[in-house]
Design a binder for this molecule. Structure first.
Ligand code: GRF
Length: 211
């Protein structure tokens, strides 16, 4: 008999629209992701992501980075809030702030990010515009562990889509978004099932167990 695995205790950080957050909340609600959203933190007043958390009955805090003296103080507040609710894994779901080692070290190997390109191509902001401007024929999205660089952490999973001749950054972003939402939830399912390993920057995904 195998011991019953605990549900993932998630903290989710978002800055804006929150479709990735919504995908996570929907999957939890549908019973297809064995996780509890312990806390959603937004850092910008008026972010739609906050409404999504509140509508789902998930605890939410606005921690406005402008209220803190510097990045370190803001990151320390994030860590305190997440620890206070017992969050063990953190998802950056459209969180548009660079994190310092104060945060990264506190949740090392337990923080993941979704990025709208096939890393290492097009890190940073406006990845879809970077892809259109460069003229690549394929782009996609990446879920990776967060390390101290910008979008440089060990890659867990990627999904590709075609860039069409007629695409502009907005049409490409719109077509990519549902792919991102699905990939992020899939990766969380693998983590919840204990299938994702990280050793010396190498990610392993073990086979699904038959239980
Ligand atoms: C997504 O494109 C994500 O890849 C990027 O920021 C965007 C967030 O979208 N990091 P949403 O707020 O989850 O709708």
């Amino acid at each position: 008999m195998t011991a019953k695995r605990e549900r993932l205790k998630l903290g989710i950080l978002a800055s804006g629209r929150g479709t990735n957050l919504q995908a996570i909340l929907n999957a939890i609600d549908a019973g297809s992701l064995a996780a509890d959203a312990r806390l959603v933190i937004t850092n910008k007043p008026g972010a739609l992501a906050a409404d999504r958390a509140i509508d789902a009955g998930v605890p939410h805090q606005l921690l406005n980075h402008r209220d803190y003296e510097n990045r370190l103080a803001f990151d320390a507040a994030l860590v305190r809030a997440l620890r206070a609710v017992g969050a063990e894994w953190v998802v950056l779901a459209g969180f548009m702030r660079l994190l310092t080692p104060v945060f990264i070290d506190a949740f090392a190997g337990r923080t993941i990010n979704i990025h709208p390109s096939l890393l290492p191509a097009f890190p940073g902001v406006n990845a879809q515009k970077q892809a259109v401007d460069y003229g690549v024929r394929l782009t996609g999205c990446t879920v990776h562990f967060v390390d101290k660089g910008t979008d440089t952490g060990p890659i867990i999973a990627q999904r590709a889509i075609e860039v069409r001749q007629a695409d502009d950054p907005d049409s490409l972003a719109a077509r990519l978004l549902p792919v991102e939402n699905d990939l992020l939830v899939d990766v969380l399912r693998w983590i919840a099932a204990g299938r994702v390993g990280l050793h010396d920057r190498r990610v392993t995904i073990s086979a699904e167990s038959p239980e």
